[in-house]
Write a protein that binds this ligand. Structure first.
Ligand SMILES: [Ca+2]
Ligand SMILES: [Ca+2]
Length: 371
């Protein structure tokens, strides 16, 4: 299977800007239009990176913790959730292993060295493939855009319209997991930071090699709650702005003023903040984490009033904001989350992204079945 991956976020935003805004107003409530769940740029998948030659190695449980089997109420019970967090419904899960931390640059480097894997962001887009998914007669973008690149957060100088993510996401040539802020940046000295700019396909390729898999969304939420019942965050109910810093998020005014109370403007080394009760670090904040599930905003309604065991997510994807683009769920929020804009670090909060999208605030961790 030879797969190429193409990235096309900001180009698409600029082409569809007006239509997208109209769709926002019609499809979702005003609080959703102001959230990071609705305004992340997306990319067009036309093919994907090649993972067909990857051979799984024997799994190592080093750095993983065991999550016990159990039942819990999934979804939001408070009034802060977006529509896709309701209704709360009962889930039963088998026990599983989970990486205690987000996958780090050092771990991802071992994978690339062992397999020669080339990530999505490192592959030049192919216009012939991209245009098949665009409206007819979409003009070919400038050659300067059709290059291997990824989306890098760039703070603005002053307040901007929070519905327009193109104001702070910059299509950056040669940005990739090895060069998180672009070609002049490096991961040297950042071995213990979460790997970023990984697409869902990249995350799955890594998981395959490691003998693991991505968590289902239900597994992720159960693990994030850490055995706490009906609490808003992985540490309890105290808002992150109170007391000592609990997670790497954004303090100040997004996206132009970061007061840096938690000491990390961008990503932080994993384990910089306290673990939850299951021994998991950075489930809230630092970088968003890919789950295996497709995204569908009303999926929880299917499970209302019954007990569902080990749900694998909806069988198809649907994002009313971008109906033609399949989306996967990401969880936990990132160093860009701020209460005024996106409380992605709440235990029930979710975002969705196309599987070929990598950003410099998105990574992942893996799970494994207990045998
Ligand atoms: Ca921070
Ligand atoms: Ca995280």
């Amino acid at each position: 299977m030879n797969r190429n991956i193409i990235i096309f976020g900001l180009v698409l935003l600029s082409l569809q800007g007006c239509g997208k805004k109209e769709a926002n107003n019609n499809a979702v409530s005003s609080d959703e239009t102001m959230s990071c769940a609705s305004s992340l740029p997306s990319r067009y998948a036309t093919a994907s990176a090649d993972d067909s030659t990857i051979i799984s190695k024997e799994i190592s449980y080093e750095g993983m913790v065991q999550i016990p089997e159990g039942e819990f109420l999934m979804g939001a019970s408070d009034d802060e959730g977006r529509q896709d967090e309701y209704p709360q419904h009962k889930i039963k899960l088998n026990g599983f292993w989970m990486d205690a931390t987000e996958v780090t640059n050092a771990q991802f480097k071992k994978f690339v060295e062992a397999t020669g894997y080339v990530t999505t962001a490192e592959i030049k887009p192919d216009w012939e493939e991209i245009k098949k998914q665009l409206p007819p007669n979409t003009p070919r973008p400038d050659e300067s855009v059709l290059v291997a690149a990824s989306l890098v957060f760039t703070p603005t100088n002053s307040a901007v319209d929070l519905n327009d993510a193109s104001k702070w996401w910059k299509w950056t040539t040669d940005a990739s997991w090895k060069h998180p802020e672009g070609p002049n940046s490096t991961i040297k000295g950042r071995e213990n930071y979460p790997v970023v700019h990984v697409s869902w396909d990249d995350a799955n390729a890594y998981a395959k090699w490691a003998g693991k898999r991505l968590p289902t969304e239900a597994e992720w939420e159960f693990a994030c709650r850490g055995g706490l019942v009906d609490q808003k965050y992985s540490w309890g109910n105290e808002d992150p702005e109170k007391g000592k810093p609990k997670a790497n998020i954004w303090q100040g005014k997004f996206p132009y003023l970061n007061t840096n109370q938690d000491k990390f403007i961008g990503a932080a080394p994993v384990k910089s903040f306290a673990a939850n009760k299951y021994g998991l670090y950075d489930m809230a904040g630092n970088v968003w984490e890919w789950c295996s599930d497709f995204y569908k905003p009303d999926y929880y309604k299917d499970m209302q009033g019954k007990l569902t065991s080990n749900p694998q997510g909806p069988t198809t994807s649907f994002d009313p904001m971008e109906p033609t683009i399949p989306k996967r769920v990401v969880r936990g929020g990132s160093f860009l989350c701020n209460a005024s804009y996106c409380k992605g670090y709440r235990v029930t909060s979710k975002m969705k992204s196309s599987p070929d999208t990598g950003l410099n605030h998105t990574g992942f961790r893996c799970v494994a079945d207990i045998k």
